[in-house]
Design a protein around this ligand. Structure first.
Ligand code: BGC
Length: 354
């Protein structure tokens, strides 16, 4: 595996880039700053390789301002209302970095720390084990959390994420990956023509600050019904309270696990019709945040001079549901000492049609 320098993090630690490849020519470049996937080159139906994720060329750009391009998100992916929760009778206050709410781990989440990286090659493929020990009290979270995330590029064009964590005090944990995809390649146009299918009968309705309203909602008859292949853009302009609250799609879908919590199941199938590229998402998680890149507005200049305009990328963040520490009806995100947090997600790439 090739390793090269990616510069120096604000704390002075050296940061590297690791290039994962497989025999089919797929290539993922990953840095141990924030576990960020810098680029992901996959073939189209004519065998042409393009980079299908958004991001920057230089470390300094990620440090200066990034909407979590490619990043590993933690300690809690998604929002916690007002950055507050009660655990075992005690109230905790987290850093608030999204209006009054806590988002994606706070001011300095796992996307902005330097992970220890150990490259490996085995019969599954080639990959990196990323380790980070989050101190007790970091961003307000209780307990020392030891997180280990393994990225593997397999021979059959899948990128696999295995998450593991342990703690010495009870804490919420919800790790995810925040890559922005544009399967047309190189982030050159909007993602509205991508045809998606989601294995979700219900979604989490949100208020105007993106906090869950409470009861889950049936997708039937709403613009959130993607149970049959539908273009992302087909209904995004509809006059719908939920689309208004999210400024488009920015919602958690509740995945149909077929009665088997924790089983690896197909969550999403995405087809980009002009290139034939297909991405499947499989996960053990109960939910998936579907974000249609609503906050991209052309101000961020990306790789090779690309300008990321409105909805030029989308994210499918597998995770537990938002604000779970304050939502007793949602699956629990609580990790206690002696327990192991385990989660697996994979993105598999292929092509469709001739
Ligand atoms: C959130 C969006 C947020 C984006 C970038 C997504 O996971 O749901 O609301 O703007 O991340 O920060």
């Amino acid at each position: 595996m090739e390793r090269s320098s990616f510069g120096t993090a604000p704390g002075g630690q050296p940061v590297d880039v690791y290039t994962l490849t497989n025999r089919q020519g797929m290539e993922a470049r990953v840095t141990n700053y924030g576990g960020i996937i810098l680029s992901l080159r996959v073939p189209d139906r004519d065998g042409r390789f393009d980079d299908v994720v958004l991001g920057y060329d230089a470390l300094a750009d990620y440090v200066a301002e990034s909407p979590y391009f490619g990043a590993l998100v933690g300690r809690y992916g998604n929002r916690i209302a007002r950055g507050r929760f009660t655990l075992d009778g005690r109230q905790y206050t987290l850093a608030t970095n999204n209006g009054v709410n806590h988002l994606h781990g706070g001011l300095k989440g796992f996307d902005k720390v330097v992970w220890t990286a150990a490259p490996f090659e085995n019969d599954q493929g080639m990959g990196l084990v990323l380790t980070y020990v989050s101190p007790d009290g970091e961003e307000g979270y209780p307990g020392t959390l030891t997180a280990r995330v393994t990225y593997t590029l397999t021979a059959d064009n899948a990128l696999v994420f295995d998450y593991h964590a342990t703690t010495d005090r009870p804490t919420p944990v919800n790790l995810t990956q925040h890559s922005y995809f544009n399967l047309a390649g190189d982030g050159q146009r909007d993602i509205l023509g991508h045809v998606v299918t989601f294995n979700a009968d219900r979604f989490v309705p949100i208020d105007a600050t993106s906090i869950p309203l409470g009861p889950l909602r049936d997708v039937t008859g709403t613009p959130f019904d993607f149970r049959r292949p539908t273009a992302i853009g087909a209904r995004i302009q509809q006059d719908d309270e939920q689309l208004r609250n999210g400024l488009g799609y920015d919602h958690s879908l509740v995945l149909d696990k077929g009665g088997q919590p924790g089983a690896l199941t197909l969550a999403a199938h995405v087809l980009e019709p002009t290139t034939g590229r297909v991405m499947e998402v499989h996960t053990t998680e109960p939910g998936m945040q579907f974000y249609s890149g609503n906050f991209l507005d052309g101000t961020l200049k990306g790789k090779r001079g690309a300008v990321y305009h409105h909805r030029f990328g989308f994210a499918l963040e597998t995770q537990h549901l938002p604000d779970s520490p304050n939502q007793p009806a949602f699956p629990s995100t609580l990790l206690r000492p002696g327990e192991e947090y385990r989660s697996r997600t994979l993105y598999r790439f292929s092509v469709s049609g001739a």
